[in-house]
Design a protein. Structure first.
Length: 389
């Protein structure tokens, strides 16, 4: 491979964005050290739960680490604009990039990021999905029949349970409007840390790729990455990932019954707070839909847009349209796993009860299987230019 001057640079917004966000967290870390107005977001919560792995360190130590890595991250991120590096500079840069990715992407965030994602999916994802369903109903008879079935189900639920009354929507709106005041800036700071960690991870992977420009070219790959092997392990990983959210979805659906199951909720609580009941069922629908959508990683409609999708029907699905949301979901699940396991595993409960809690929220298994399924989808969709041993 020819040697290129290490001063050659690429034009990219990502290093600049990572540098800017790193500077922000450097300033925030210094502010937390000096007792600034914002609360330190990576420590124990009000109940003393250490949801973030960074919370196992004293707050001053954690804030100092954030400040040092934040300020040092500015020149390091801008250094990624260079297309080639000498070995003496390349290795330290890559190690520092990995350190940044671990601290901000793994140690700092907690399950708050998945809570934010769930809220957004209920508030935005469900209306958008319904809009696509309505638009698709005008294109395909099958979708039209499905939409009629959905509307009939809504009507039955309204008649039998009174679920969709205006009081429930008003209660839900009032509860959601008060969330920012109750939680403050902590969720944004946790999500920002995860975003910074993702930026560092992307920079590191891109630097590794640029180090070997022939990596995606012709060559001999490992046997497990061959088409037949990928189809086998990718199939089972996808099935597991699709099944993982189903216990939670079924649990939420029991809220429609006279006697709801689990989560310390009874019918009296739900009747007293119809907004919570409505939102909980929305989360159950999101869990159910996420399992179904995951199957697209192995089904034809994960590569060709279904006929009921407006404007895109019949066109190839860009690989990134599946890889980006699937990878994001896997990351959210994995970084939320440590804090969720801490909350679910209760020493005062029996082993069977604790295992039941983990079966309802199998985030470690779900995130891992989804990551493997996403990798299989990537290997299947990439151009076939490699032979496999």
């Amino acid at each position: 491979m020819s040697v290129i001057s290490p001063t050659q640079t690429r034009t990219s917004r990502l290093p600049v964005a990572v540098a800017a966000l790193s500077l922000l967290y450097g300033v925030l870390g210094l502010s937390w050290l000096l007792g600034g107005p914002l609360d330190y977001p990576f420590g124990p919560n009000a109940d003393g739960d250490r949801l973030s792995l960074l919370a196992f360190l004293p707050a001053d130590v954690g804030a100092g680490i954030v400040a040092v890595l934040g300020f040092l991250g500015v020149p390091a991120a801008l250094g990624h604009t260079q297309t080639t590096w000498t070995p003496s500079a390349y290795r330290p840069l890559l190690l520092f990039t990995a350190l940044q990715a671990v601290v901000f992407g793994l140690l700092a965030p907690n399950m708050t990021v998945i809570v934010i994602a769930g809220y957004l999916l209920v508030l935005v994802g469900l209306p958008v999905a319904f809009g696509f369903l309505v638009a698709g109903a005008w294109r395909q008879p099958v979708t039209r029949m499905f939409l009629v079935g959905v509307l009939a189900l809504v009507a039955v639920l309204q008649v039998t349970t009174g679920l969709f009354d205006w009081q429930a929507f008003r209660d839900l709106g009032s509860a959601l409007a008060g969330v920012p005041e109750r939680v403050g800036a902590t969720p944004l700071l946790l999500f920002g840390a995860l975003l910074l960690g993702a930026g560092w991870t992307t920079l590191g992977l891109r630097t590794l790729r640029d180090r070997d420009p022939d990596a995606d070219g012709p060559g001999v790959g490992p046997g497990w990455a061959g088409p037949d092997a990928v189809r086998r392990w990718g199939f089972w990983a996808t099935i597991i990932a699709a099944l993982c959210p189903m216990p939670y979805a079924l649990l939420r659906m029991t809220w429609l019954l006279p006697t709801p199951v689990g989560l310390g909720i009874d019918s009296v609580d739900l009747d007293a707070d119809p907004g919570m009941k409505l939102f909980g069922l929305g989360l159950g629908l999101i869990a159910l839909a996420s399992g179904i959508v995951t199957l697209g990683l192995i089904r034809p409609w994960g590569e060709i847009w279904p006929r009921w999708i407006p404007f895109l029907a019949g066109r190839p699905v860009p690989a990134k349209a599946a890889l980006i949301p699937a990878t994001s979901a896997a990351v959210f699940l994995l970084v939320s796993s440590p804090s969720l396991v801490q909350m679910l595993w209760l020493p005062e409960e029996s082993l069977l009860t604790n295992l039941g809690h983990l079966a309802l929220f199998p985030f470690p298994l779900w995130g891992t299987s989804l990551a493997i399924a996403t990798a299989a989808y990537y290997y299947r969709r990439r151009p076939a230019r490699t032979t496999y041993a």
